[in-house]
Unconditional design. Structure first.
Length: 655
């Protein structure tokens, strides 16, 4: 009785259990594994299924509700068949010992050949979609297009970054954050397609800063500020108004290519933009020094620097010395020698371009002093700088010393500034600290007032050349010389007038004497008649004794070439003062007598010049061997003109 009741109750329980399994995919005790969780299966695919009772693997009887969609083998492998469209069936497992059943509703899906994503009915050809987020989250409805169409069941949508964009099972994308996310759709058989979704904020304003100028070949990066701060700056577009002058890339990097200007613009897709004008200029590319090899100790010389190219901007150059103990240099490139050695001077442009120059600094001794004037006339109270220069000009021992023979007449200070005090004459002497350098001196004549005659106080010696009596005695041509010449050689005779030279020279000298005395000069003559016997050395000594300011040797010329003409002056080769006086006489005779202006000939063979201890000039009035000039020299009118011109030249020099 009890056994029957028990069997009946068991049968009822088994019936109820089987009934329960027909309504659910899985039993609490009997489970099926080895199948996709979503219940969708690929066609023509094997799935190994396993049944477990209370967590332990057990053997079951398997069956499918539709053998047209799938079958199950004796080895418990479920095989899906080829289908034209999705086909559903039920897979059931029954545990024979207990009669417990479990089932799963499954769908076989045709294999997809391809899949693509569409937005608003069109394929997203660029592979990108953008969403502007200033108004909040943006939804984008994507659609997966599968080929064949029947394979488009159970598509799987995923997002690579859900903080940027989320996607639901139907392809609805919600863009909620700045950045990018990859949205992918995948078919059941693994075919997939993807697009990139960008979340961004459009700029409301852009500010742009850049260097106002760039050197050619220089590069710089623009500074861009976008408002609001969340706005996308990587999507900005950069352009240049002149790519041949300044190039800009999409990273905001600019490069100057040539001189000129260009406007750089940065703009957003919504039209917000900012621009800046940039000038491109030629920088200094090279520096070169002038060819200065040597500078004397104590000398200052300017080192000129050439800047290349010529049209470079910012051409200013600074200087410094790498060897300040040898030479210093100021901001203008003036180099001063300090001690002997090799100085290294550097010039540097503002852009860092440098050039170095090596200059030899050496001690240069004074060889001589060069005086610019030997005679000056001043009024009391007037001043004058002693006109002296060093030879060579860059001598290191450049210290000069000055003294006056009559400081009560004219004094001189340590710098060579002469001040006239009282009427009279003073010799101003300049000497160098170099013992091997001979001193030079200048005569200063102080006049009592401006109305004094121009040659007052000037002593002029006149030596009319030759005499009636010839003297062939051999005398030294110069003091201490072994070379001799006639004491007073023969004179020229006019080729046409037959006038003797001694007569013409005396006539002109007497006229000149009167003119000079009228100008205030003191005139000393070696002879006033033709019938004398005075040799050339004696004549020179006569004028030396009176301390002439200038001794004029008056002569006429003679040559076998009768075409030669002209007025000429001669001085000793090293007698610079006499040469300076001769230059002024040339000017005077040219203005008064129409003679030509020439240079003072330097000649050391005249006895009258060599024995003179004062400034002296030998004047050849003209050629008596030329017929026209011979006649002209014999006329009183031309003699007056010559005398007037000589006197005028002396006034030019002494006053």
């Amino acid at each position: 009785m009890k056994k029957g009741i028990v069997l009946m109750l068991a049968a009822v329980a088994l019936f109820m259990c089987c009934a329960a399994f027909s309504e659910t995919a899985y039993n609490d005790r009997l489970t099926i594994t080895g199948l996709p969780e979503d219940g969708f299966l690929c066609e023509e695919t094997y799935y190994t299924v396993v049944a477990s009772l209370d967590g332990k693997k057990v053997d079951c009887q398997w069956r499918v509700s539709d053998s047209g969609a799938a079958r199950i083998s004796s080895t418990k492998r479920l095989f899906t068949k080829n289908v034209d469209r999705a086909a559903s069936f039920v897979l059931t497992a029954e545990h024979e010992a207990t009669g417990i059943c479990a089932s799963a509703e499954l769908t076989v899906v045709p294999n997809a050949k391809s899949v693509r994503i569409e937005y608003n009915g069109s394929a997203v050809s660029s592979g990108e979609l953008s969403a502007e987020l200033s108004g909040g989250a943006v939804q984008l409805a994507l659609f997966g297009v599968v080929s064949p169409k029947e394979a488009g069941v159970a598509l799987d949508w995923t997002s690579s970054d859900e903080s940027v964009a989320e996607v639901d099972d139907g392809g609805l994308v919600t863009v909620k954050g700045k950045g990018k996310a990859k949205i992918t759709v995948k078919t059941i058989n693994g075919k997939s397609a993807s697009i990139t979704v960008y979340g961004y904020y459009e700029p409301k304003s852009i500010s742009l800063s850049a260097p106002s100028e760039l050197a050619v070949k220089e590069t710089a990066t623009l500074s861009v500020t976008v408002e609001p701060a969340e706005a996308e700056s990587t999507r900005l577009k950069y352009t240049s108004s002149d790519d041949k002058t300044i190039q800009v890339n999409q990273k905001g990097e600019v490069r100057a290519l040539r001189a000129g200007t260009a406007e750089i613009t940065v703009s957003a897709s919504n039209g917000v933009s900012a621009s800046v004008l940039v000038e491109c200029y030629k920088p200094v590319s090279a520096l070169s020094f002038e060819d200065v090899q040597t500078i004397a100790v104590g000398e200052t010389r300017h080192l000129a620097v050439t800047v290349k190219p010529q049209d470079a901007k910012y051409r200013a150059v600074s200087f410094y010395s790498k060897t300040p103990e040898i030479a210093s240099v100021d901001e203008y490139g003036n180099v001063t020698g300090i001690s002997e050695g090799t100085a290294r001077i550097v010039a540097e442009a503002s852009n860092g371009v440098k050039q170095e120059k090596s200059v030899r600094i050496k001690f240069v001794s004074v060889k001589s002093l060069v005086i610019g004037s030997y005679f000056e006339a001043l009024l009391p109270g007037e001043t004058l700088m002693f006109p002296v220069m060093l030879n060579p000009a860059n001598a290191s021992n450049s210290k000069l010393f000055f003294e006056s023979s009559a400081p009560e007449v004219a004094s001189v200070d340590e710098n060579g500034a002469i001040t006239a005090h009282a009427e009279g004459r003073a010799r101003i002497i300049c000497s160098s600290e170099s013992k091997s350098c001979a001193p030079v001196q200048m005569t200063v004549r102080v006049k009592k007032d401006a109305d004094v005659l121009p040659l007052e106080g000037v002593i002029v010696g006149l030596n009319p050349g030759h005499q009636i009596t010839r003297d062939y005695t051999q005398l030294p041509v110069a003091p201490g010389s072994k070379q001799t010449k006639n004491a007073n050689s023969g004179y020229a005779i006019g080729v046409k007038t037959r006038n003797p030279e001694y007569q013409i020279t005396l006539e002109v000298s007497l006229i000149l004497r009167d003119k000079l005395e009228a100008l205030g000069a003191t005139v000393v003559m070696t002879r006033t008649t033709n019938d004398v016997k005075i040799n050339n050395i004696e004549r020179a000594k006569m004028l030396n004794e009176v301390g002439c300011d200038i001794a004029l040797q008056i002569h006429c010329n003679n040559n076998s070439e009768r075409w030669r003409t002209g007025f000429f002056a001669y001085a000793k080769s090293k007698d610079l003062e006499s040469q300076a006086i001769g230059d002024q006489i040339y000017i005077g005779t040219h203005e008064e007598a129409g003679t030509g202006i020439s240079y003072v000939r330097r000649y050391d063979g005249y006895m009258s010049l060599n024995w003179s201890e004062t400034p002296t000039v030998l004047l050849e009035l003209g050629y008596m061997s030329n017929p026209e000039e011979d006649v002209l020299l014999g006329t009183r009118e031309y003699q007056e003109q010559l005398a007037e011109g000589i006197a005028k030249g002396l006034v030019y020099y002494f006053d």
